[in-house]
Write a protein that binds this ligand. Structure first.
Ligand code: NDP
Ligand code: 8X3
Length: 253
């Protein structure tokens, strides 16, 4: 029987690539996100290209009631989640604190911190009951350092970094592994979301650089997920070769 992995935020970017690579490696995958059509398309694609099964759950991770109903709605054969990839997240806006938009701040805090907590709270008790499971949180270089105008996004990713460490302690007696994969710049829909749909500004972020691809991060997640049972990868910081920190990036001319 295949292991079951639930990936939050699988409708784009890192989450989508992770669902694909895990399915290619014989995991059955539960894919989640708010965009139903994308979930259906991804389900079709994975089912056509692999032998793995796919179950899709459409919900907003910021709403605890939706998280609870979604997980409760899983058929019996999908309830024993072996791997939870806490990936859903976003940056919204890039302004100094005194000019920040409260709505942007709430989106980031509600998704990146509270959403991660809601689904972990809902999924982890069954892992504990089975004494089996692995939680992989997607952090960021922005959870290790800060950069100008990154304030609240960096704060949420520092929270993910701290939560990963403290969840690992809570889960230790229960044989549940807890890991973090923290990427530098990855070319996804991230910047388009950050700049509220401004594609031109988003393209400029990746202009003349070689960022990571979603597949590079998914590959690291697969590595973390597939270590033998006696190994836990606590943390991977994965950066483009041309990026040494959030502010030191080589741009080609
Ligand atoms: P994308 O914008 O490409 O994907 C984000 C995913 O999160 C989408 O599937 C989106 O689904 C989901 N999501 C966002 N808000 C919600 C919500 N309220 N409820 C449910 N799902 C939600 O970005 P990335 O793939 O780049 O981002 C994935 C993770 O990687 C994030 O946690 C991000 O912080 C982190 N990261 C990204 C980096 C980068 O440079 N791109 C670097 C380091 C970390 P939908 O909109 O359908 O709900
Ligand atoms: C995304 C990386 O540096 O753009 O987490 O904030 S950064």
């Amino acid at each position: 029987m295949n292991k079951i992995a639930l990936i939050t935020g699988a409708t784009a970017g890192i989450g989508e690539a992770t669902a694909i690579i895990l399915a290619e490696n014989s995991y059955d995958v539960i894919i989640t996100g708010r965009r139903k059509e994308r979930l259906e398309n991804l389900k079709q694609k994975i089912e056509n290209q692999t032998n793995s099964k796919v179950y899709s759950l459409c919900f907003d991770i910021r709403k605890n009631s939706e998280v609870i109903s979604a997980i409760d709605s899983l058929p019996e054969s999908w309830k024993n989640i072996d791997i939870l990839v806490n990936n859903a997240g976003l940056a919204s806006g890039l302004e100094p604190i005194q000019e920040g938009q409260i709505d942007d701040w709430e989106k980031m805090i509600d998704t990146n911190i509270k959403g991660l907590l809601y689904i972990t709270r809902k999924v982890s008790p069954n892992m504990i009951k089975r004494r089996k499971g692995h939680i992989i949180n997607i952090g960021s270089i922005a959870g290790k350092e800060v950069y100008p105008d990154g304030n609240i996004y960096c704060c949420t990713k520092h929270a993910v970094n701290a939560l990963t460490k403290s969840m690992r302690i809570d889960m230790l007696p229960h044989n549940i592994r807890v890991s973090q994969v923290a990427p530098g710049m990855v070319e996804t829909e991230f910047s388009e979301v950050r700049f509220h749909g401004d594609k031109k500004r988003a393209e400029e972020v990746y202009n003349k650089i070689t960022p990571l691809k979603s597949e590079d991060v998914a590959d690291a997640i697969l590595y973390v997920a597939t270590r033998p049972a006696h190994i836990n990868i606590d943390d991977i910081l994965i950066m483009p070769a041309t990026q040494a920190s959030t502010r030191d990036i080589i741009r080609n001319d």
